[in-house]
Design a protein around this ligand. Sequence first.
Ligand code: SAM
Length: 267
Amino acid sequence: MTDQSRIDTSVAHPARRYDYLLGGKDNFEADRQSAHEIEKRHPTARLSAMENRAFMHRAVRYMAGQGIRQFLDIGTGIPTSPNTHEIAQGADPSARVVYVDNDPLVLVHARALLTGTPAGRTTYIEADLRDPRQILADQEVKNTLDLHEPVGLLLISVLHFIRDDDDPARILNTLLDAIPAGSVVVASQATPEHMPAEQIAALRKVMERQWRDRTGAEFRALFDRPDVELVEPGVQSVARWWADEASQPRPSIESVAANGLVARIVR
Ligand SMILES: C[S@@+](CC[C@H](N)C(=O)[O-])C[C@H]1O[C@@H](n2cnc3c(N)ncnc32)[C@H](O)[C@@H]1O
C-alpha cells in the first residue's frame, strides 16, 4: 500500500485538524468541519493550538539550555515551522531528533521534518505511542539516539489521544524506564478544568473515541514515579510556562484550557 492510499480524507484526523487550526494547508474538508464543530463549543480552540505550539518551542529551548542534545518527539504532527529539530539544532547544530507519529499523512510530509543540519541527525518513524516498545526497538531510534545519554522526551498535545484503557501509566513507565537520569520530559494535555460542565460535555461529544481530557491532578498522576521530579511550579497552563519569553499579553488559562508539565529524571 502506498502512503497516499492509506490516507482516509473522509474522516477527520487530529494531525490535519490541528494543522488547520494552526493556519496550515495540509488538511481536508472533514478536518475543517471537525475543527469548526470544536470551535463552536470551544471558541478559543485556535488560540489553544497556537499556545500549545509556542509552549513546545519554549520547552525545546529550555531543554537545550539544560544541555539536552537528543530529542524524542512523539505525536509530532504535520510539519509546522519551527519544528523541534529547527529549535534544537539552532541551539546546537549537532543535536539529534527522532519524530514519531501514527498518522500516515505525517509520513507523506516527513521530508520537511528531515531537513536537519549536516552535523546533527533528524529522522522520522511512523509508530504508535500506545506501543512504546516498538518505538524503542526501532532501528532509526537506535541509530539516532544514545539512550545512555540524557534525552528530551516530548509528548506535546498527544496524551489526550490516549484513553485510560490504553493504560497511559504503562506507556509512560516504558518510555521513562528507557531514558537515563538527566533526561527531561515535557508534556501537555487538554484540561476540562476551566470549562462549565455543559461545555466540556458538548466538546467530548464531537471528539474522537480516543479523546481523553484530564484535570491537572489526573495529568500529574500519570508521572507519579519516584524518579520523576517536576520542575517548579509543576502542572500549570501551557500559557504560563516561561511566560516572560512569550508574546504579551498572555491569554487567560480558561481560553487555553491545556496544562503543561516539565520533569527531570533523577535516579
Ligand atoms: C494535536 S497534534 C500535536 C502535534 C505536535 N506535538 C504539537 O504540539 O504541535 C497531535 C498529534 O499526535 C498524533 N497522535 C495521536 N495519537 C497518537 C498515537 N497513539 N501515537 C502517535 N501519534 C499520535 C496525531 O497524529 C497528531 O499528529
